[in-house]
Design a binder for this molecule. Structure first.
Ligand SMILES: [Fe+2]
Ligand SMILES: [Mn+2]
Length: 217
């Protein structure tokens, strides 16, 4: 996977190869600062981490969508259909950023359930299988996806200083908090108290017990 992804991003990376060392050379020579300022104001190149972050989130949002449409087909619970619609918006918002920054779309041409990232492919297969056993298991899969999504977006958010990317990540986080609330409530309706495994219990409780938010565009 690493090698394949490396080859895929090579084209994008070549464009920033010259600026790369400068951007990471904080604390380097004094002469570098002026050059970096000139380059960044002209090209606004993204770091490898920002590029990989966008590609990952493009597919993780698709994973959420694909799992939910699949579990909706299995159980017919509207919570999956409603949230799947929101995930379509999320993965599209990341696609817009990929296009804007000239990054290849890892999800291009991939139907429901197919992923370029091997980890996300394995996760998708595992989650869809787990969600077949019962409606409660399916709802727990939803809760798990949302807490993982929140964790991953927060990680990517911490690794970018680009306003447009941070704005989209903020929007996705807001949506994920609402989705977490919906799955939490659906589980409570089934008499189940969900125990988070990705974010802390404290984080889970703070989100689950607070009101739905308007996430904006
Ligand atoms: Fe979500
Ligand atoms: Mn989402």
């Amino acid at each position: 996977m690493r090698r394949k992804q490396f080859l895929r991003v090579l084209g994008a990376v070549i464009g920033v190869a010259a600026a790369g060392p400068l951007l990471t050379a904080c604390g380097g020579g004094d002469d570098i600062d002026a050059t970096t300022a000139t380059i960044s104001s002209v090209t606004r190149t993204l770091s490898d981490e920002e590029i990989e972050g966008l590609k990952f989130m493009r597919e993780e949002e698709k994973l959420a969508h694909d799992v939910y449409v699949t579990l909706f087909a299995r159980w017919g619970a509207t919570v999956f259909a409603n949230i799947a619609e929101s995930e379509t918006e999320h993965t599209s918002a990341i696609l817009d950023l990929l296009l804007k920054h000239g990054i290849e779309d890892p999800a291009a041409g991939n139907p429901v359930g197919v992923f370029d990232n091997d980890d996300l492919q394995a996760l998708y297969d595992q989650l869809v299988a787990a969600g077949q056993a019962s409606l409660v298991d399916a709802l727990k899969v939803g809760a798990l996806i949302e807490e993982k999504d929140i964790q991953d977006i927060n990680d990517k958010l911490a690794a970018t200083d680009e306003t447009d990317i941070a704005q989209v990540y903020g929007h996705l986080l807001c949506g994920s908090r609402n989705h977490l609330r919906s799955f939490n409530q659906a589980l409570l309706d089934q008499g189940v108290t969900y125990v988070p495994t990705v974010i802390t219990q404290q984080e889970w409780d703070a989100i689950a017990s607070s009101a739905y938010e308007t996430c904006g565009g």
